[in-house]
Unconditional design. Structure first.
Length: 226
């Protein structure tokens, strides 16, 4: 069978220095800002911005401008997640992102600060708040079990955040029950090692029984045992 040679690429990479002039006048007119491209942020500017970040604990308030006070409260959805109470003069604004039925690792949503809000902004309301995530996690684990027993691999795209810890807890418990703890689990991310280690020293975000493990000392999450 004859092998067809790869097609010749006659396209000009207009992003390379000096190539913009090789484009036709019609194309040049469609990209009017290319010649004015410049670096917007330098590393020094980014570091200066990060230095202005203020870390807050749950129920800790801070004033970010005259008459504007913000306070994070536990949202009960995942490790580190919160909703924001914002007060400006006599007005109270509440921002509740990604509400859910809760997690087995963090305290429930602290509802008293929600009362008396003049405005509430809720996002990601595709699923009803009354629906427990347990059924979804059970289906998730079942699919993992079927795949592993058939000799396959499982790839789970997920951010290295609070949801990761909850997923690991559930999956490890399931693998233990199914005698599959010999299966290796890899968390692939530049910050994976730091995030997994940090999860066991953030006791203020966790349920009371997990908080107590920080003083034993004992790992709050099961992934440190494997």
């Amino acid at each position: 069978v004859p092998v067809r040679p790869p097609p010749k690429n006659d396209h000009v990479d207009w992003q390379l220095p000096g190539q913009f002039g090789a484009l036709s006048p019609q194309l040049q007119s469609q990209i009017p800002y290319c010649l004015r491209w410049r670096d917007i942020y330098s590393a020094k500017v980014v570091e200066s911005c990060c230095d202005r970040v203020i870390s807050l604990s749950y129920s800790q308030s801070t004033s970010i401008s005259d008459g504007l006070v913000v306070t994070p409260h536990c949202s009960g959805s995942a490790v580190g997640n919160c909703y924001w109470e914002i007060k400006a003069l006599s007005l109270k604004f509440t921002y509740l992102p990604s509400p859910s039925a809760g997690s087995g690792s963090v305290p429930p949503l602290t509802s008293p600060p929600l009362s008396g809000s003049d405005v509430m902004l809720l996002t990601d309301l595709a699923a009803p708040l009354s629906r427990s995530p347990n059924s979804q996690l059970n289906n998730f684990c079942s699919e993992i079990g079927v795949t592993l027993k058939s000799g396959g691999n499982v790839l789970v795209p997920i951010s290295p955040s609070g949801e990761l810890f909850q997923i690991l807890e559930v999956v490890l418990s399931y693998l233990n029950a199914m005698s599959l703890l010999h299966i290796n689990i890899y968390v692939i991310d530049n910050a994976a090692h730091t995030v997994l280690a940090y999860s066991n020293v953030v006791s203020e975000w966790l349920l009371k029984e997990k908080q107590e493990k920080a003083y034993v000392p004992e790992a709050a999450f099961a992934h440190t045992q494997f």
